[in-house]
Design a protein around this ligand. Sequence first.
Ligand SMILES: Nc1ncnc2c1ncn2[C@@H]1O[C@H](COP(=O)(O)OP(=O)(O)O)[C@@H](O)[C@H]1O
Ligand SMILES: [Mg+2]
Length: 322
Amino acid sequence: MLLERGSGIVYVLGAADRGKTTFCRWLSGRLSETDLTGFLDCDIGQSTLGPPATVGLALYRGNLDAPESTFFKFVGAVTPSGHMVQELVGALRLKEKAREEGAPFLIVDSPGWVVEPAAQEFHVRMIDLLQPDLVIGFERGPELEGILVNFRRHPRIRIIECPVPMEVMERKRDWRRLYRFQRFSQYFENAVPHARFLSGLGVHGRMPESFREESWHDLLIALCDAEMMVVVLGLVDRLDLVTGTLTFRAPPHDAHRVATVHVGSLQLDLSNPPGRVVQGNRPRSGRQSTLLDEDGPGPQVPVSPASGGRADRGRSVPDQSG
Ligand SMILES: Nc1ncnc2c1ncn2[C@@H]1O[C@H](COP(=O)(O)OP(=O)(O)O)[C@@H](O)[C@H]1O
Ligand SMILES: [Mg+2]
């Protein structure tokens, strides 16, 4: 149907581990053989494009291993709960970006946060905002009905409901935390120290309530360009109010493009993998840590990435690029 129409936006909906991402990538690959296709990764907890806490857009022509271009918007958290505005704005701006870049097809992979009323409201607003032509729901039983029922009489949005394929594997919450931790670790693997005068830069987001060092240390930030697209993510080392200097670790990047600093809500201690029980292994300043996700905090099961991250768990990190 999409190929016949020559264009279309598809919103793929479902709880965690329902086969959304696998399907999105298959569909993106199929459509990109014909025309420029955008893959919009809105699953900020289980990102497959770029690091978690960002909404990402990749534009493909033919080859899913080599996007023509990528763009990222920073949300600053790993679940949309409490960050719906940032996520909605990010998704809409990247949808516009895909159109500006001339992509007739856009496939939207959405967060697996679908059950509670706030989650349902989130997806209803995302669908209302993005105005997809198709909503494809992967579900076990009627778990998406609270969302889908709102669009059953919509004049343009068509809904397709699919049972979850038998082969789709459910993963444990610990796997998802570890995956997230590994995505962040990979992103910051080549990070080096940077210092930046804040004078003349926009600074916004979830500013810590205090300027105490522990409120800022390891805080996840995004340095963004004049259009508020992510240039690079950083982890704060220190904010020096006397000199107006922010020191942080970040991968190498073009510092001249940076126009704003978006302060996120996570303090990321990459020396401390999830599940390792150590003293002080708690989010500082009441902020989120990588330990929290859409399901809320769970029991601490000792797991180390070296022992359990990939190989030990059968099918592990989804095929990905970016
Ligand atoms: N159609 C399918 N056939 C076989 N395995 C699948 C299929 N769809 C998904 N899987 C597997 O199931 C797991 C969860 O799929 P994924 O696409 O990551 O789900 P979601 O994005 O909904 O969390 C992955 O290991 C994936 O490889
Ligand atoms: Mg997914």
